[in-house]
Design a protein around this ligand. Structure first.
Ligand SMILES: [Zn+2]
Length: 364
């Protein structure tokens, strides 16, 4: 198959052609130099790295309803918030089924990987692993120990099956918990992440100490806080739809100007479908409500490029022969690709690159 149009990847946007064989990129070149098609299918469109959903709580998909009234703290705060009661009231089989449907939807949207915060200790991570068995979506599971103060042997058992730990926030946890968890993650080469400045501003010296691998939200961070986070070289996952549901927004334009590494996520699956395309468009449009919005190319990078850098796999964000993760082809006009992708992309525009490949459909 020959795609003629443009590429949007870690090197930015450019007119190009991309040749696929059996779903694998075999040739890339400047548009206009592709030569005549060799008895192959020709598609006009944009080739992008496969997107990553950089922040989910897939376990929450056991209940997909309008959120009950009340502050966000009553809904999602551990250990007794609405969502924790829902999780406690659902059977393991219900959770596995719900997570599996959410992953099927992500796969149908071409999402290659997700970074999931999985509550409920080791058992929670094991449920997620079980749910992820049939999917092609790579799941990075950041678990959460249950007991407080943290029980070292519980944490050890969690880290045997998890890729790291994702905590609620520095406000919700003691300094001792953060230090114990971060040290254990560091010692095992695993990742330590936490939410920060979601509903209220927290001090960077608090959430940056100990040094995390990833922060989530920063919706209430000041411009100075963003500079501090950048200087500490910590990446930030933002979830604009989830924040907007509770009347707040990350300042994506300020994040772009400061030069933060920003990753896009869809947050609690009880409130939003884990659709990266919906998130991208919302992020772009919501950012336009500010005087100095974020650019389309910055937001495209947050789903298509920055997560691969964070995962330590920058080569998956460069459309080239032998790239480790197959890119997506979107049937979109090739001009101004970042704007096209951010405002118009959906799974319906994805073109199959491998003959006979089928994607799972899901109603969630
Ligand atoms: Zn979250």
């Amino acid at each position: 198959m020959l795609v003629v149009g443009s590429i949007l990847d870690t090197e930015g946007a450019r007119p190009a052609y991309v040749r696929f064989r059996k779903g694998v990129v075999v040739e890339v070149g400047s548009r206009g130099t592709e030569g005549p098609a060799r008895r192959e299918r020709v598609v006009h469109g944009i080739v992008v790295p496969a997107p990553v959903n950089s922040h989910t709580h897939l376990g929450d998909s056991v209940s997909v309803r309008e959120p009950p009234p009340g502050p966000v703290s009553m809904l999602i705060q551990p250990p007794h918030g609405y969502k924790f009661r829902l999780l406690a009231d659902s059977s393991p089989a219900e959770k596995v089924g719900a997570i599996r449907r959410a992953l099927a939807r992500m796969e149908a949207e071409g999402i290659a990987a997700t970074v999931d915060f999985r509550e409920e200790g080791r058992a929670g991570v094991e449920l997620l692993r079980e749910a992820a068995r049939p999917t092609r979506v790579r799941v990075l599971a950041l678990g959460r120990p249950v007991s407080r103060p943290v029980d070292r042997s519980e944490l050890d058992r969690l880290l045997e099956v998890a890729d790291g730990v994702g905590l609620s926030s520095a406000r919700d946890e003691t300094d001792e918990t953060r230090w114990t968890v971060a040290r254990a993650c560091r010692a095992r080469g695993k990742r330590f992440a936490l939410h920060a400045s979601e509903a209220v501003r927290e001090k960077p010296e608090h959430y940056l100490d100990p040094h995390p691998d990833l922060l989530v939200h920063l919706a209430k961070a000041t411009p100075d806080d963003l500079v501090t986070v950048r200087d500490e070289r910590v990446s930030v996952a933002v979830c604009p739809r989830s924040n907007a549901l509770f009347a707040r927004q990350p300042d994506l334009g300020a994040m772009e100007r400061v030069g933060l590494s920003v990753l896009l996520g869809t947050d609690n699956a009880m409130f939003h479908a884990p659709s990266i395309w919906r998130e991208m468009e919302f992020a772009y449009v919501a950012s336009r409500l500010r005087k100095r919005p974020a650019s389309a190319s910055f937001l495209a990078r947050s789903a298509l490029v920055e997560p691969w850098n964070w995962l330590g796999e920058p080569e998956s964000a460069l459309v080239a022969p032998e790239m480790p993760v197959a890119p997506l082809v979107l049937r979109l006009p090739p001009d101004d690709p970042a704007y096209q992708v951010v405002t118009r992309a959906t799974e319906h525009l994805m073109v199959r690159t491998r003959p006979g490949s089928r994607r799972t459909r899901s109603a969630r």
